[in-house]
Design a protein around this ligand. Structure first.
Ligand code: ATP
Length: 234
């Protein structure tokens, strides 16, 4: 579904991503793990069109997309759940969800997507008329995921969904990521919580200093001693 080829991304003189290669097959959960500053968010932002690479390609469904505008990329089926949620605090929960469907042309199907989102996140239905600012951190993460789902993505990009959440919410969020995937959405997951991410991932890539250092199935990386020492507290 997605192939990142020889990707190089800079911030001014800083080379954040140095010739990164990886693939995501349709139906997979793929995770990128790595320490702070390894380059995970930069890769996600380049796939979603927020950043432009210096060189290399992002091939999505056989088309290069690295020069396409964000709305085109969203319409093609990629939606991002950004780090820090970035919900619209002054809008209601339902209005936030509505924003996620903004670029859709199949208006007749949008009500069904609300129903799907409310099924994943019943708490959002209960609170649909409430200002998003009044939600807890975990609920705001659910809202950010719900908003991304409103675009009906084929590929969902998740940037640190467990960050800052209580353990009970973390488990719930990871369960829902698996349910969303089981319902047919391919997932690229970026996480500091490497244990949990690898446990649900089909495959993973370990990034350090803007390079892929290791790759394997989720289980292989969980069992890898170097990965355990560096990222899993082993
Ligand atoms: P984190 O988990 O802390 O977000 P990350 O793996 O997602 O880390 P990136 O945010 O992609 O890493 O950062 C990769 C590199 O690019 C780091 O060295 C970082 O300092 C640098 N960087 C990120 N954003 C900027 C920016 N706006 N300007 C300059 N350098 C940046």
């Amino acid at each position: 579904m997605l192939e990142v080829k020889d990707l190089v991304v800079n911030y001014g003189a800083i080379q954040a991503i140095k010739k990164v290669n990886f693939t995501i097959n349709t139906g997979e959960i793929v995770t990128l793990i790595g320490a702070n500053g390894a380059g995970k968010s930069t890769i996600l932002k380049t796939i979603s069109g927020i950043m432009r690479p210096v060189s290399g390609q992002v091939i999505y469904l056989d088309q290069p997309i690295q020069t396409k505008a964000v709305p085109k990329i969203v319409r093609a089926g990629i939606s991002q759940v950004p780090e820090g949620r970035h919900i619209f605090p002054g809008l209601s929960v339902q209005e936030n969800l509505q924003m996620g469907a903004f670029l859709r042309k199949d208006h007749q199907n949008i009500n069904q997507t609300y129903a799907d989102v409310y099924q994943y996140f019943p708490v959002l239905k209960q609170r649909r008329h409430q200002d998003a600012a009044t939600l807890s951190g975990g609920e705001q993460q659910m809202l950010a995921m719900g908003r991304a789902l409103m675009a009906k993505p084929k590929l969902m990009l998740l940037d640190e969904p467990s960050m800052g959440l209580a353990p009970i919410f973390i488990n719930e969020i990871f369960d829902i990521i698996q349910a969303i995937n089981a319902a047919g959405t391919t997932v690229l997951l970026i996480e500091q919580n490497a244990n949990k991410a690898l446990a649900i991932a089909d495959r993973g890539y370990v990034l350090a200093s803007g390079e892929v250092k290791l790759s394997g199935t989720g289980q292989e990386l969980l069992a890898n001693q170097a990965v355990q020492r560096a990222y899993l507290g082993g």
